[in-house]
Structure formats: structure tokens, C-alpha cells
Write a protein that binds this ligand. Structure first.
Ligand SMILES: [Zn+2]
Ligand SMILES: [Zn+2]
Length: 264
């Protein structure tokens, strides 16, 4: 038996499935230093993460690289999917949830904003027809609101952030929070992000961007929220290469990279 304290310390494991911005890194046809880097940490699939908590396996965003990500991490069990927003770099791999449907022999529950659930119903209309073609994804859409909700015994707190003008969701689970594609967070939502052990936050590049935090904005927010540690994700080739940027960050801030696993 493990001591209780150790059990508590091991209660969650996060795996970064992808840490790249919408085009991924390398970008098709780009000859920049980052896109041509041989460091595996500079190869970034589209942003997605996998959280093991309380015997739940939660996928955050079924991005367009989902198939490759599940194969690489040997993931064969997903209990539910948390969706941050409808953009295809976060949702475009949803059809690849089918093998998980078949393996687990049950429908997949998705959680996200009502608007996002409606878009899934429209974009994947074949999955919601009364008479379905055999083998289509088997999905249950669960709209979430501002209030915390439960997946089995795990409480999930939605964090409403802005992606330019679009309201999208981040999620807090115990002392972990995951926020991607944000360019603004209100003081009210910031209060839900206090006392974090781990914050995952988007940081696109050095230069400012209209709909994503750049590195300076992300670091400023991390300083304000003061999590024990923070990892950056949704990274563009314009941020610089992993090795160089990593040496320039505060001591509790790190660059995420694909395949990285963190105990929380
Ligand atoms: Zn995105
Ligand atoms: Zn490039």
C-alpha cells in the first residue's frame, strides 16, 4: 500500500498529445529554423491533451491529429471528451473516436458550450441521423454552462475565456487548469484559477496576435495567477525553437511538447 500522502500526490496524470498551433509545426512548405529543426520537441501536432484522474480518462479536444496521437500514446480507453471550442484545429479529429466506440462498446460523451454542441451536430450530421449508417461515431452531446459539473466522481469547472470575441472554455479539475486559444480572461474567471498546482496556458509566439496570447501576455498572466508551475501550449513556429525558448523562461514556466507526461 502506498502512503495516503503519496496516493494524493499521484491523483492525476496529464499527457500532452499535441502542443502546436492550428497548422502544426513544421508548417507545410516552411523552411524556417524551427520547422527544419531535428529536435523531436519542435515537432508539434495540433493542441490536445489527455488527463487521467479518479479512474477517468478524459480527452481535451479531439483535434485533427487525434488518430496519430492515440496510436503514439497507445490510448485505447477514453471516458469522455472536454471540448474547448469549435475551431477545426481542436475538433477536426472527432470522427476518429470510432475505434474507441468499438473497443469500449459504448457511446462517447462530449462536454462543451451549447453553441459548440450544435456545431458538432451540424458538422457531423451523419452521426445524429435517426437511421444511421453503420459505423458512424457514437456521440452523446452534453452542453455545459458556467456551473461546475461532474464526470463520474470528478468535478469539472468550466472557465469562460475569450478567443478574440468568441467565448470559449478552459477547464479546471482539482489543482489543474487547462486553457488554450485565449486572448482575454476576466477578473471573475481569474478568481477560479487561484491556488493551482499546474496551469497549462496558450502562448502562440513572440509578436502580439489578435486572438491568442503571445509569450509576454502568457507570462504576465502566469505571474498574476501564480500557479506552482505552468506549461505553455498552442505554440507556433514563430515562438522559436524549444531549446532556446526554454532557457529564457521563468523557473516555474516550461514549454509543453508532444508526448510530455506530468504527474499532478
Ligand atoms: Zn487553436
Ligand atoms: Zn516555420
Amino acid at each position: 500500500m502506498l502512503p495516503l500522502q503519496l496516493l494524493n500526490e499521484m491523483k492525476m496524470k496529464l499527457t500532452f498529445l499535441g502542443t502546436g498551433t492550428s497548422q502544426g509545426v513544421p508548417i507545410i512548405g516552411c523552411n524556417c529554423e524551427v520547422c527544419e529543426s531535428n529536435n523531436p520537441k519542435d515537432k508539434r501536432l495540433r493542441t490536445s491533451a489527455f488527463l487521467e484522474v479518479d479512474n477517468n480518462c478524459l480527452l481535451i479536444d479531439p483535434g485533427p491529429d487525434l488518430r496519430q496521437q492515440l496510436l503514439r500514446q497507445k490510448i485505447t480507453h477514453i471516458d469522455a471528451i472536454l471540448v474547448t471550442h469549435e475551431h477545426k484545429d481542436h475538433l477536426g479529429g472527432l470522427d476518429d473516436i470510432r475505434p474507441i466506440n468499438f473497443l469500449m462498446n459504448k457511446p462517447m460523451n462530449l462536454y462543451g458550450l451549447k453553441r459548440v454542441m450544435k456545431i458538432i451536430e451540424k458538422d457531423y450530421d451523419y452521426a445524429f441521423k435517426t437511421f444511421k449508417y453503420p459505423g458512424v461515431p457514437n456521440l452523446i452531446l452534453n452542453p455545459v454552462f458556467e456551473e461546475p459539473f461532474f464526470i463520474n466522481s470528478t468535478q469539472i469547472t468550466p472557465i469562460s475565456v475569450k478567443h478574440l470575441a468568441l467565448p470559449i472554455l478552459g477547464y479546471r479539475i482539482y489543482d489543474f487548469a487547462y486553457i488554450t486559444d485565449a486572448s482575454f480572461i476576466s477578473d471573475k474567471e481569474k478568481r477560479k484559477l487561484q491556488n493551482l498546482d499546474l496551469l497549462v496556458l496558450n502562448a502562440l509566439r513572440i509578436k502580439e496576435h489578435y486572438s491568442h496570447f503571445n509569450l509576454a501576455q502568457a507570462l504576465q498572466l502566469i505571474e498574476e495567477l501564480a500557479p506552482a508551475r505552468a506549461y505553455l501550449t498552442h505554440i507556433s513556429h514563430e515562438l522559436g525553437n524549444h531549446e532556446t525558448v526554454s532557457t529564457q523562461l521563468p523557473e516555474n514556466v516550461f514549454l509543453g511538447y508532444d508526448g510530455l507526461e506530468i504527474q499532478i
